[in-house]
Ligand binder design. Structure first.
Ligand SMILES: Cc1cc2nc3c(=O)[nH]c(=O)nc-3n(C[C@H](O)[C@H](O)[C@H](O)COP(=O)(O)OP(=O)(O)OC[C@H]3O[C@@H](n4cnc5c(N)ncnc54)[C@H](O)[C@@H]3O)c2cc1C
Length: 420
């Protein structure tokens, strides 16, 4: 029997690949729903994702595991509204909207030099393969994104008005201390693809994957407490209720701290956290189907969106839904945080002050692992016991794409064994 521990995207992708090859497996998850960090709550007709997460059309792994049209993708416009010094500037992606090039070149958010540098950098990343960009995350000369942007010649305005709000939100790292290799990879993915959300919320994505698996192959509310290893070889897992399940292969498709715990190895030190604050409104606060990026350093909110501009299904008829992301784990109470966030949104769109009604705050303590320069150089789990495989987003840059790819890779390793 193959036991997969963890029904997040990595575990679901592994299960999907095994099922296609007719290999029986058992997929175990401690939570009450599959999907791991892709979670959605539904409240009074509102769809509340646990953290602002988007799928990119440039993620090649996605079409391998889901039927994209069946998820009814709702696409964001490729670009953003930059709020700076009391002004609002629209920045479009000229690769997707060539007619916007002139508008972008004349934007006042940052200098012509910055725009030309950005054009040169985008061209460079688009010409590079994904694997080459990600390989940089292991190179000795990898830098933090912040240092890379400075050395490349970008101005402080470019960093605070675009790079920090946008990529700080993507990497969940407001200081841009994350590996420049990962930044360049995302720059390519956002330049060449469009961000989308399933009409049913982000959790509809893993739900579709889970629904395609045999019903008796997925056990929820089932926490694995230990691995049963004999003579350096996998022989099963022990559950929280004391039950033992025999297994010839075990896939640990888990977040990095839990893999460390089960392998009795030291835990990684840091992870990125985020809080997302939701408001409803009867009045639209802006019309564009894109994110709004407040200038970095001016407050708590890294980015916000009237998400119903993209996915009207996220709110009941007559309402709009606004989502705002605050990086880190704010010490403020939910009410104080909501008040501060509302004031920041109202500083950009004054009608928000009267129209936004607080809905809910969702805090995600473990969002993605810290990914500093050269993070991919370390091999987190060398010398695994025979028959044990480890998968997850920590393997090569946390993302929906990397979680799926690592799950598919572990299925491939099981189906094409190198060990006797
Ligand atoms: C707020 C936020 C925003 C993000 N934004 C984006 C984005 O816009 N685009 C993007 O590409 N990526 C984004 N990501 C990253 C992406 O969601 C993750 O990289 C990916 O979902 C990780 O999948 P995984 O399968 O590796 O791990 P997980 O989703 O963490 O799955 C691990 C599973 O293991 C289970 N588990 C844990 N311990 C046990 C145990 N002992 N026994 C049994 N089961 C156990 C958990 O319940 C969970 O279901 C974001 C993540 C967050 C949280």
């Amino acid at each position: 029997m193959i036991v997969i521990v963890g029904a997040g995207l990595a575990g679901l992708a592994c299960a999907t690949a095994l099922q296609r090859q007719g290999k029986p497996f058992l997929l175990l998850d401690a939570a009450d729903a599959p999907g791991g960090r892709l979670r959605t709550s539904h409240r009074d007709g509102f769809t509340l994702d646990h953290g602002f997460q988007v799928v990119l059309s440039s993620y090649s792994a996605v079409a391998k595991v889901v039927d994209i049209p069946a998820l009814k993708p709702r696409y964001f416009e490729s670009g953003a509204l930059l709020a700076h010094g009391g002004r609002l500037t629209h920045l479009a992606n000229p690769l997707r909207h060539p007619h916007a090039l002139v508008e972008d070149l004349t934007t006042t958010a940052f200098s012509l030099r910055d725009k030309l540098l950005l054009g040169a950098l985008v061209t460079r990343t688009v010409m590079s393969s994904d694997s080459l960009l990600l390989a940089r995350c292991a190179r000795r000369d990898d830098l933090s994104t912040q240092d890379f942007l400075r050395r490349f010649g970008f101005s402080a305005f470019f960093v605070s008005r675009f790079a920090q709000p946008f990529f700080g939100g993507v990497l969940l790292d407001g200081d841009l201390g994350t590996s420049a290799g990962l930044f360049l990879y995302y720059l390519k993915k956002f330049s060449t693809g469009r961000a989308w959300l399933p009409a049913g919320g982000i959790a509809a994505f893993p739900a579709q994957m889970a629904s395609a698996l045999p019903s008796n192959s997925l056990r929820l509310r089932t926490r694995v407490m230990a691995l049963d290893i004999k003579n350096e070889r996998a022989c099963g897992v022990t559950l929280k209720n004391g039950e033992h399940i025999a297994a010839s292969s075990i896939v640990l498709a888990l977040d990095e701290p839990t893999v460390c715990q089960l392998l009795e190895r030291p835990s990684p030190e840091r992870a990125r956290s985020v809080a997302v604050v939701y408001f409803k409104s009867r009045q639209s606060i802006y019309p564009n189907p894109c994110l709004v990026l407040p200038e970095s350093g001016s407050g708590l909110v890294r980015h916000f969106a009237q998400v119903t501009n993209v996915a009207p299904e996220f709110a009941p008829r007559g309402f709009h839904l606004i989502t705002a992301s605050v990086l880190g784990f704010s010490d403020l109470s939910d009410e104080s945080l909501a008040h501060a966030v509302k004031m920041e949104i109202a500083a950009i769109f004054p009608n928000a002050s009267a129209s936004l009604e607080y809905l809910e705050t969702i805090r995600v303590p473990y969002a993605v692992p810290a990914q500093p320069p050269r993070f991919a150089n370390r091999k987190p789990f060398p010398n695994l016991p025979t028959g044990v495989f480890a998968a997850g987003d920590w393997a090569s840059g946390a993302s929906i794409q990397s979680a799926i790819s690592s799950g598919l890779d572990s299925a491939h390793s099981i189906l094409n064994p190198l060990y006797p």
